[in-house]
Design a protein around this ligand. Structure first.
Ligand code: SF4
Ligand code: SF4
Length: 501
């Protein structure tokens, strides 16, 4: 029996990663630039972003940097506000807000982040590739001279890459160590600070590897964002799309029937002339005519390339354009839909919670923890004492002195060798103390008190605490640690006495 003929509309075309040849070797992609309105707009946005990224570490709000992510002390300054290690809830809300914003933006505008704002795309397409074209020529263009692409030109290219990578690495590190410390590192001998020098050298090498060798593979195989796009996008999301109905059947070159869906009112020929300009300009090496693909970073270069071809052929522009899948299918555009409403609502809830928690933050955070050991002791002066640790976090940008006291029951006092407690700006300190009360006060069991913190005559904060004595039940070790305010960090780490500067 003869083998059944393969259906050309269902046959699967051979498919490999766009950066790999079929034998598994690397396929180097050298996209041809396509001048056009989208390229001009992206270039303007890219240079603006590069300027902002470079300048941010130098900008100060008052006496604080605009952004400083100090991992060593876990102090994160964003827009001039410093999040301390105890601000777990605030940081979590901030992180959730960022993720929801990405989901919402993607649902509305597709991968606009990847194509327009991601540092990988911005530096690759508007810094490193232009340098490469300058020294190695534009792919496919004839008569570019003997120098372009010569070994000398390649050597110069890598020399320039090295300096750009160095500058980029230093700018990147300034976000984590601050410009002052970075200046110190740069101006001193590497032998005086080998660890920091090693960090700088490693980040520079990483940048060189990324922009000189790994390139578009960062988007295709390393970045998780592209893989999530199938769940973040829907038929209404704005994406870079090829108008298959208008473009097919293609003219010119032999048609790839496996990928061609003939429109119902079949015309002899569509508008696509198979010139492949949309493919040769693509920085990830894909063919947009194959539909929405994970590798597409929505950079719009294929739109400019195809528009130039359509203009030459005196055909309407926009065979490739920003359009949702629904719009291409003739369905009405719906900006308000379940996922955009849900994302917006969640974002508003998170933003409100963040503002409320931030508003509750005073100049000092206080946490009272019961010390290990006996739940209560009898003092020499016949009072009942509970050993505690009072943890204070000075949120001010100046040193401050905080006085501790007890309120809530008559005769209870707080005894500590360090009271008032002096704290440097941003410092966290845990002070051992004992809260004492007369034995008679425990006749009915435990006593609820509040440990108060004052600066001068002004009471700033207070924290509830349950005193136990001979008349009450023995507490669990963690019972009193559960009294805390939103945003306070009560992880085991936080229970250890420590100082953060
Ligand atoms: S640039 Fe336009 S006309 Fe040329 S192959 Fe791509 S879609 Fe077809
Ligand atoms: S298919 Fe078009 S939009 Fe997508 S990455 Fe390639 S050139 Fe950019």
């Amino acid at each position: 029996m003869p083998a059944a003929a393969e259906n050309p509309n269902t046959a699967t075309p051979p498919s490999v990663l766009s950066t790999l040849n079929e034998d598994g070797s690397r396929r180097w992609i050298s996209p041809r630039p396509s001048p056009g309105k989208w390229l001009s707009a992206r270039r303007a946005v890219a240079y603006l972003l590069i300027a902002i990224f470079t300048l941010i570490p130098y900008i100060r709000v008052g006496d604080k940097p605009l952004v400083l992510l100090d991992l060593a002390t876990r102090h994160f300054t964003i827009l001039g506000y410093t999040f301390l290690p105890t601000d777990t809830l605030l940081l979590a809300l901030f992180g959730v807000g960022v993720f929801i914003s990405i989901f919402l933006t993607t649902a509305l505008l597709g991968r606009v982040w990847c194509g327009w704002m991601c540092p990988q795309t911005v530096y690759m397409e508007f810094v490193f590739r232009p340098i490469e074209r300058l020294l190695e020529g534009i792919p496919g263009r004839k008569n570019q001279g003997d120098f372009k692409g010569s070994p000398l030109a390649k050597t110069i290219k890598f020399g320039i890459y090295f300096f750009v990578a160095c500058f980029l690495a230093h700018t990147f590190l300034a976000y984590f160590v601050g410009v002052d410390r970075l200046r110190e590192w740069v101006t001193r001998s590497p032998f005086e600070h080998p660890a920091s020098f090693l960090i700088m050298a490693s980040v520079t090498a990483l940048m060189l590897f990324d922009f000189g060798f790994f390139r578009e593979q960062t988007c295709i195989v390393a970045c998780p964002y592209g893989r999530f796009q199938s769940v973040m996008l829907d038929r209404q999301s704005l994406i870079v799309s090829y108008d298959r109905v208008r473009g097919e059947p293609r003219r010119g070159a032999k048609r790839d029937l496996a990928l061609t869906v003939l429109p119902a009112d079949t015309r002899a020929e569509g508008d696509c002339v198979s010139c492949n300009m949309c493919v040769t300009t693509c920085p990830t090496g894909i063919d947009i005519r194959n539909g929405l693909q994970m590798e597409c970073i929505h950079c719009a270069q294929c739109i400019d390339a195809c528009d130039a071809v359509m203009a030459k052929l005196k055909r309407p522009l926009g065979l490739i354009r920003y359009a949702s899948q629904a719009a291409l299918a003739g369905e009405p555009r719906k900006r308000i839909r379940a996922r955009t409403v849900i994302y917006t609502l969640v974002l508003m809830i998170v933003a409100t919670a963040f503002t409320l928690v931030l508003g509750l933050k005073g100049p000092v955070d206080v946490t009272v923890l019961r010390s290990r050991g006996a739940p209560f002791v009898e003092t020499d002066d016949h009072l009942i004492g509970n050993n505690v640790k009072v943890k204070l976090v000075n949120r001010l940008d100046a040193a401050a002195e905080y006085s501790l006291a007890v309120a809530g029951t008559q005769g209870a006092t707080l005894r500590s060798q360090e009271n008032p407690v002096r704290l440097a700006p941003g410092e966290t300190k845990t002070v051992p103390a004992m809260i004492v009360a007369p034995r008679s006060a425990f006749a009915g069991g435990g006593i609820d008190v509040r440990v108060t913190v004052a600066k001068g005559a002004e009471q700033l904060d207070s924290e509830p605490f349950r005193l136990v004595g001979p008349g009450g039940p023995a507490p669990t070790q963690d019972h009193d640690a559960d009294h805390h305010k939103p945003g306070d960090d009560h992880t085991p780490d936080a229970k250890e006495e420590h100082r953060d500067h």
